[in-house]
Design a binder for this molecule. Sequence first.
Ligand SMILES: Cc1cc2nc3c(=O)[nH]c(=O)nc-3n(C[C@H](O)[C@H](O)[C@H](O)COP(=O)(O)O)c2cc1C
Length: 191
Amino acid sequence: MRVLGIAGSPRRGGNTDLLLDEVMKGATSQGAEVKTIILNDLKITPCQHCDACRKTGRCQIEDDMQLVYRELAQADRVVLASPVQFMGLTAQMKAMIDRCQALWARKYLLKIPPLDSIKERKGLFISVGGQKIANLFEPSLATVKTLFKILDITYAGELVFPGIDEKGAIAKHPDALHQAFLTGQKLAADF
Ligand SMILES: Cc1cc2nc3c(=O)[nH]c(=O)nc-3n(C[C@H](O)[C@H](O)[C@H](O)COP(=O)(O)O)c2cc1C
């Protein structure tokens, strides 16, 4: 059982990082092998819509996204963590997701599995936002669910907290980090 965490915040040790860490600790406690990718440390060029992937099923941009494709293929569980920025995902997370257009081309145009190895995968979404408004997470959720669908990753749910703004504020929430740990346990155990 391999759990891949993908951190989309530019802020290290911030709220989504803390939640992601707890999910990964929960998964580790169930014996899972975990790996976290920090998107802000990678060089991922935004999709150029060159359409090369429509013929080859492969993105021709040779940057750190090639590593992300490999990690996605190896994962049994994928945990995406991104705070809300301007009502959506961070630019780092959106750039990674847009580059999965190559995997869309594999599946829908070339009729081959989107990820190299065929596995029963599940995906979780983690988010926080500073505001407390209805539908705060809806735009992000729409994008994340679309990605998981394209990658044949079963949606396992979300862990989202509104009204969390200052760095580390999530640690003051009565049970958010505990919920995250339990969610990580369940994600890894539910195999
Ligand atoms: C560029 C930027 C845009 C943001 N836009 C929103 C927003 O539209 N809605 C919201 O509720 N919070 C917004 N926030 C606040 C963050 O979601 C909030 O500070 C969050 O706790 C950051 O999480 P992190 O520590 O994991 O990075 C924004 C923050 C930044 C830096």
